[in-house]
Design a protein around this ligand. Sequence first.
Ligand code: ADP
Ligand code: F6P
Length: 338
Amino acid sequence: MEKQIKSIGVLTSGGDAPGMNAAVRAVVRTGLHKGYRMIGIQRGYNGLLNGECFEMTLRSVSNIIQAGGTILYTARCLEFKTKEGQDKGAAKCRELGIDALVVIGGDGSYRGARELAHRGIPMIGLPGTIDNDIACTDYTIGYDTAMNTALEMIDKLRDTTQSHDRCSVVEVMGRNAGYIALNVAIASGAMAVLLPEKEFDMQHDILDKITETQRTGKRHFIVIVAEGIGHSQEIANEIQARTGIDTRATILGHVQRGGSPTLRDRVNASAMGYHAVCLLEQGKYNRILRWSFLPTMKVCACSVCTSAPTTPSRRPCGSWMRLQRSRDIARIFQTHAA
Ligand code: ADP
Ligand code: F6P
């Protein structure tokens, strides 16, 4: 018979991401509400191996939902990639009385959690990375805030780029994935975007476009470059050399990982944290939570949409069910936030 879960450990691992705190808060408050002992593990797998743990109470997660970074700290741990490190990690969980683990991080962190699961420590993985590069999910915690931060910076760059009739080449994060780059390019009205997922031709995709749009009177240009492409300074130098347009390169860098999480990151992280504990309670572990977006654009001709909804049950597209679910979540948090 499987051992009953009485205490749950939570850790953040890999690169930090805005919204991780909201997820930790939800895990801890839901866990306490359901009667579990909650243990915070600091600095990811490093902290687990070193026994950097503390008992978490309702107050441990007060006043953090709006904070960027992670109150549990995060780290990368090479030792955990070895068999010895993984054996030690599982033994540490037992020694510290951690019956199950919620791991908030990217796919590397999941691999670590899978090794613990193979050694008998039940786990749930929550997707936490600004890169949105986890295969099974449409959304990862921190992705929305990072895109909004990058967008804000690009809007500021546009002001000075326009004033000087310049071209700005802006590099955004995302490791080998182009999600951040593509979205901020659309949202900022950039002239071109270079993505690791798509081959590009400097002449056709950038230089010819500049010349064509110059003919229509355009005098300033924004080019977004994904981190996976890199070489932004060289790209800027080439644009300047071949078009004569004064060009600057800006690498936005780690600023994209910081800041107060957006509403979407807070709400989604809260929902995922809540759900992680529910799954452990139901005995459904060794899973990764995925967020699936509904089809984004629908042509809707139903009468419900054209007339004002009178009762909640007549609302279209299951929105009432979703609202109901988030109310349940809010109720648990409110009980404990008093
Ligand atoms: P992310 O979780 O954001 O993808 P990393 O790839 O850096 O970030 O992984 C975070 C941590 O997860 C690593 O420092 C390591 O401790 C652990 N990890 C990564 N890959 C593995 C693996 N193959 N086996 C065990 N642990 C791993
Ligand atoms: O995974 C998040 C991320 O910010 C990537 O976009 C970037 O490639 C990497 O982490 C940077 O890592 P570090 O914080 O180790 O410089």
